[in-house]
Write a protein that binds this ligand. Structure first.
Ligand code: GUN
Length: 285
């Protein structure tokens, strides 16, 4: 069996176009464009690329991006003071602090200081807690984007056996909550999991979010399973690869996301969706 490719780039582009229509509708009614404040502290090269992509996507959707590029030497107090100001700014619907933050800043304290009403990333404990009790508000962007991709496959998710590899707060944990919400049976695997190949071999859906190049082998995949690859890694030859051995896995899966062009663009599109929804909840069009 040869897989069908889930074209995240195309799904994200369509979503961004729909958000643009929504923004234009707001402007036509005399409402303001949604605003997303982004904070990047320091010079992490990957973070710079991610934030630039988010800025470009904002431009395409008509959402105003308000960039705050701060030096590595920024103190926690300075960062908290900026967030406090953005929390009170009526032109700001979403606030995003790119992580990782420099060592001397307590990332948890910073993320917790973002108003849960402007938490476009969905990382605040209030929003994670709401997702956990099945009453989501802002949903973390990568899992939300993956749910949108899964809808596009048309696959029935209720009752399927889903295996998530990775338990990060950004992807693995909220992904488990999203899949419970649609009545999948969810197993979360991590570094202490016994017999990972056996767990994956029994899964109808595999979400790989470990951050290790081609860690999930293609021959572990159950024939006909859906494979979602969240990883973006460089292999030994410097090529961009996912957490899944794509070639071998695509011989077995029914649907599979490519790297790049799969989950990555959806994370950005979901961020815009969250920001748009936030503006709509403040003043509906
Ligand atoms: N770092 C890696 N992924 C993300 C993300 O989705 N949001 C933020 N703020 N930082 C990240």
């Amino acid at each position: 069996m040869k897989s069908q490719i889930i074209d995240g780039k195309k799904v994200a582009e369509d979503l961004i176009n729909r958000i643009k229509e929504g923004v234009d509708r707001r402007l036509a009614k005399g409402l303001r464009a949604p605003g997303l404040a982004m904070i990047l502290v320091g010079d992490n090269p990957a973070s710079k690329v991610y934030v630039r992509n988010k800025e470009k996507a904002c431009e395409r959707s008509g959402i105003l991006s308000m960039m705050h590029r701060l030096p590595e030497s920024t103190s926690e107090q300075e960062l908290l003071a900026l967030i406090d100001r953005l929390n009170g700014d009526a032109a700001v619907d979403g606030i995003l602090v790119q992580i990782p933050l420099p060592q001397h800043i307590d990332a948890e304290a910073v993320l917790n200081s973002i108003s849960p009403d402007k938490d476009a990333d969905g990382f605040h404990p209030d929003n994670m807690g709401r997702l956990a009790i099945g009453a989501p508000r802002f949903r973390p962007c990568t899992p939300r984007g993956i749910m949108t991709l899964l809808e596009h496959t048309g696959a029935e998710l209720a009752g399927i056996d889903a295996v998530i590899v990775g338990r990060s707060n950004i992807v693995g944990r909220p992904m488990a909550l999203e899949l419970i919400q649609v009545s999948a049976t969810v197993t979360v695997c991590h570094s202490k999991t016994r017999d990972l190949p056996g767990k994956i071999a029994a899964a109808d859906l595999v979400v790989a979010a470990v951050g290790r190049a081609e860690f999930v082998k293609g021959d572990w995949i159950k024939p006909g399973a859906i494979v979602i690859d969240v990883g973006i890694n460089r292999n030994e030859e410097g090529k961009l690869v996912g957490d899944v051995e794509f070639g071998a896995a695509s011989e077995r899966a029914s649907w599979i996301t490519p790297v790049p062009g799969g989950v990555g663009p959806m994370t950005v599109a979901s961020l815009l969706e969250n920001t748009f929804d936030s503006a709509e909840s403040r003043d509906p069009s």
